[in-house]
Design a protein around this ligand. Structure first.
Ligand SMILES: Nc1nc2ncc(COP(=O)(O)OP(=O)(O)O)nc2c(=O)[nH]1
Length: 278
């Protein structure tokens, strides 16, 4: 059985897991500002768990294209209280950060079971912090940084390049003594990719896992690639495409699917799983 060693938990990856997004930011691209009050965040967390979320992903810095700079102090002032508040809910908590010092401070709270790093532990000291923890680690690919990444994304073979990058980052983790069973990789949909790049990555998602050598986490929920295809400008109105994208990812082997809409995604995946098991 494929499992993920995830801090305080060991997760069964025999079915796709749903990661509920909890952005404690005032400006996240689709739900910014609603949950940056601690009580709201706790209510949202409890609601997502009740809807069937397997993991909660707490983020204090929006990484949408063009997102403004958030200082480490500001990011910590957002995520650390939330992590403390959610620590004893009995669910794995993922911290969405690319900063080593935020990881270090959060891990000290014994409330981080998964480090979700959109920059694949590239920050100075991040690999060491992760290696000294028991947390699972999601290594995500991005080209450039949020302020410029969508200007002119360019690749030869986007799938091969993304997969090879993730393989290199995973090997660094293994060399640092991190068990392979703690690793997830993520192609980073929308992070320095055109629509064509995103579609190629989704269509060939199984190649990414095979080359990188670790289970996949994917984030497609409400993203602008879905807006481009549907013509829907409002991210929160992209539920149908988001659920369809989750199913497409599940068919291609995604182990963890990062979403805003937990209940709808969970229901779709329950049907998908029932058909596979029948
Ligand atoms: N592993 C992973 N982490 C991510 N974190 C943030 C976003 C951006 O989505 P969201 O958090 O909804 O928006 P924002 O960054 O504005 O908070 N996407 C991913 C993703 O695709 N994969």
């Amino acid at each position: 059985m494929k499992t993920l060693l995830c801090g305080r938990f060991t997760l069964d990856l025999s079915r796709p897991l749903v990661m509920g997004i909890l952005n404690v930011t005032p400006d996240s691209f689709s739900d910014g500002g609603r949950f940056n009050r601690l009580e709201d965040a706790l209510r949202r967390a409890e609601a997502m768990l009740a809807e069937g979320a397997d993991i909660l992903d707490i983020g204090g810095e929006s990484t949408r294209p063009g997102a403004p700079f958030v200082s480490p102090q500001e990011e910590m002032s957002r995520v650390l209280p939330a992590l403390e508040k959610l620590r004893d809910l009995g669910a794995p908590l993922s911290l969405d950060t690319r900063r080593a010092e935020v990881m270090r401070e959060a891990l000290a709270l014994d409330a981080v079971d998964l480090i979700n790093d959109v920059s694949a532990l590239e920050d100075e000291g991040a690999l060491q912090v992760a290696a000294q923890s028991q947390a699972a680690i999601c290594l995500m690919h991005k080209q450039g940084n949020p302020d410029t990444m969508q200007d002119k994304p360019a690749y030869g073979d986007v799938v091969a390049e993304v997969a090879e990058y993730l393989k290199r980052r995973a090997q660094l983790c293994l060399d640092a003594g991190i068990a392979r069973e703690r690793l997830l990789v993520d192609p980073g949909f929308g992070f320095g990719k055109t629509l064509e790049h995103n579609l190629a990555l989704l269509k060939r998602l199984d190649e990414v896992e095979r080359i990188a050598g670790a289970p996949l986490l994917v984030g497609l929920s409400r993203k602008s690639m879905l807006g481009a295809i549907t013509g829907e400008a409002e991210p929160a109105e992209r539920l149908g495409a988001s659920v369809a994208a989750a199913l497409e990812a599940a068919w291609r082997g995604a182990a963890v699917i990062r979403v805003h809409d937990v209940k709808a995604t969970r229901q779709a995946l329950q049907l998908w799983q029932a058909l596979r098991e029948s």
